[in-house]
Design a binder for this molecule. Structure first.
Ligand SMILES: NC(=O)c1ccc[n+]([C@@H]2O[C@H](COP(=O)([O-])OP(=O)(O)OC[C@H]3O[C@@H](n4cnc5c(N)ncnc54)[C@H](OP(=O)(O)O)[C@@H]3O)[C@@H](O)[C@H]2O)c1
Length: 263
C-alpha cells in the first residue's frame, strides 16, 4: 500500500526517544520530512541525526516544553518556517508521575492537564490553520489505554487523557469536511524508558522483582508480551497517512489485546 506520505511534512512532539521517536522515524521512512520536539536539545539533535542517516529525509529539531502554550505555537511556526507547510501533527509528551489519591495536591493535577491535555489542544489549534492552507491534514494524539480502562496507580494519567479524546472526537466532526482527519492512538504497554521506570516503581512498591511485575502485566495481555515501539509507530503512521482517508474521530488501541471493552 502506498501511504501517500512522500513530500508530506510532519511535526512529532516528545520525540527524542520512545514512542514519539519511533513514530518520527517511521514517518520519515515513508517519505515525510519531520520536525521533532523534546525538552532536551542535545538528545533531540542526536535523535535527528539518527533518523536522518537511517531514512535520508530532512529532520529538523524544535526543542521546548509542550506544557507551555507559547512553546506549542512557536514550534509549529518554526516547522512551517523551515518546510513551508505542515500536514501532520503527532501530539505527544512524557507521562505524569505514578501515584494515587493520597499522593498529589491540586498543582500536580494542573501540571498533568498542561502536559497531557493542553499541549495537544495548543499544538492542534496552532497546526489547523496550516493544514487548512493545504486542504489536507492529519492530527494523531498519543494518549494511553487509560482512555478506555483506567490503569491502576496512574491517577494523573487516567484523569488527564480522557479530555484528549473528547477534544479530538469533537473537532474531528468539525474538520472532516475540510480534509483534516483527527484520531487518537492509545498504547497499552510498549517497551520504552517510561514503561521501564513504571515497572521499576511497581517493583519497588510491591516488593516484587521487575521480572515478576512484567510477568504479571504480560499475563493480562492476550498476545503475551509487551509491544515494540516500531509496532506502535506503524499504526500511528497509517493513521497519519492518505491510507487512513476514511477514518476520523477514532481511538485506536495498540495494546496486544489488553483492553477488554467492546469498543
Ligand atoms: N510506552 C507505553 O507503553 C505507553 C503506554 C501508555 C501511555 N504512554 C504515554 O505515551 C507518551 C510517550 O511515552 P513513551 O513511553 O515514549 O515515554 P518516554 O520514553 O518517557 O519518552 C517521552 C518523550 O517525550 C519527551 N518529553 C517529555 N516531556 C516533555 C515535554 N513536557 N515537552 C516536550 N517533550 C517532552 C521526552 O524527552 P525530554 O525528556 O527531552 O523532553 C521523550 O522524548 C507518554 O505520555 C506516556 O505516558 C506510553
Amino acid at each position: 500500500m502506498d501511504l501517500g506520505l512522500d513530500g508530506r511534512v510532519a511535526l512529532v512532539t516528545g520525540a527524542s526517544k520512545g514512542l514519539g521517536r519511533a513514530v518520527a522515524t517511521e514517518l520519515a521512512r515513508e517519505g515525510a520530512d519531520v520536525a521533532i520536539n523534546s525538552r532536551s536539545a542535545d538528545a533531540l539533535s542526536k535523535a535527528a541525526e539518527a533518523i536522518r542517516s537511517e531514512t535520508g529525509r530532512s529532520v529538523f529539531t524544535v526543542p521546548g516544553d509542550v506544557s507551555d502554550a507559547g512553546v506549542c505555537t512557536r514550534i509549529v511556526a518554526d516547522t512551517v518556517g523551515k518546510f513551508g507547510r505542515l500536514d501532520i501533527l503527532v501530539a505527544n509528551a512524557g507521562g505524569p508521575p505514578p501515584g494515587g489519591v493520597d499522593d498529589f495536591g491540586p498543582d500536580a493535577y494542573r501540571e498533568a492537564l498542561e502536559l497531557n491535555l493542553m499541549s495537544t489542544v495548543q499544538l492542534t489549534l496552532a497546526a489547523i490553520p496550516e493544514m487548512r492552507k493545504g486542504g489536507w491534514g492529519r492530527v494523531v494524539a498519543i494518549t494511553s489505554v487509560a482512555v478506555k480502562q483506567p490503569v491502576a496507580g496512574l491517577l494523573l494519567s487516567n484523569m488527564a487523557r480522557p479530555g484528549v479524546v473528547g477534544f479530538i472526537k469533537t473537532i474531528s466532526r468539525e474538520l472532516a469536511p475540510e480534509g483534516i482527519l483527527c484520531n487518537v492512538a492509545a498504547p497499552g504497554y510498549i517497551a520504552t524508558d517510561r514503561v521501564g521506570s513504571l515497572l521499576a516503581a511497581r517493583a519497588d512498591s510491591s516488593g516484587q522483582t521487575v521480572e515478576e511485575v512484567e510477568k504479571g502485566i504480560t499475563s493480562n495481555i492476550p498476545m503475551g508480551r509487551i509491544g515494540d515501539p516500531a509496532e506502535f509507530a506503524r499504526a500511528v503512521t497509517f493513521l497519519a497517512s492518505e491510507g487512513a482517508s476514511y477514518i476520523t474521530g477514532h481511538t485506536m488501541q495498540i495494546d496486544g489485546g489488553l483492553v477488554q471493552g467492546l469498543l
